[in-house]
Design a protein around this ligand. Structure first.
Ligand code: MUC
Length: 96
């Protein structure tokens, strides 16, 4: 199942820079691991913001919840999820 996931990061302004850097480094490792696994298919920065638009390819809602809630930045994110399905006019054969 495909899901569009929009994540907006809101770190507390008083978080120590070293702590923020450590969480972001763990986040990057985890995000890249999920991308290599094929579960995190797309990761795009929303220009001008500390947000991304992503596409996840997971078995079900429960797997999405597990993956997203394990993000190191999860406690500091606002997350919006939209389920996706194939568009009948799409010419791509790899977007189902
Ligand atoms: O930067 C972000 O959008 C938040 C998060 C998503 C992947 C990652 O490395 O950090």
């Amino acid at each position: 199942m495909l899901f569009q996931v929009e994540m907006t990061v809101k770190l507390p302004p008083d978080m120590a820079p070293e702590r923020a850097a450590e969480i972001k480094a763990r986040e990057k490792d985890y995000a890249q691991e999920l991308q290599r696994s094929g579960k995190w298919r797309h990761l795009w920065r929303v220009a001008g913001s500390y947000s991304n638009v992503s596409v996840f390819d997971v078995a079900d809602n429960a797997e999405l919840q597990e993956l997203v809630s394990n993000l190191p930045l999860f406690p500091y994110m606002e997350i919006r999820v939209k389920p996706l399905c194939r568009h009948p006019s799409s010419i791509r054969d790899d977007d189902s």
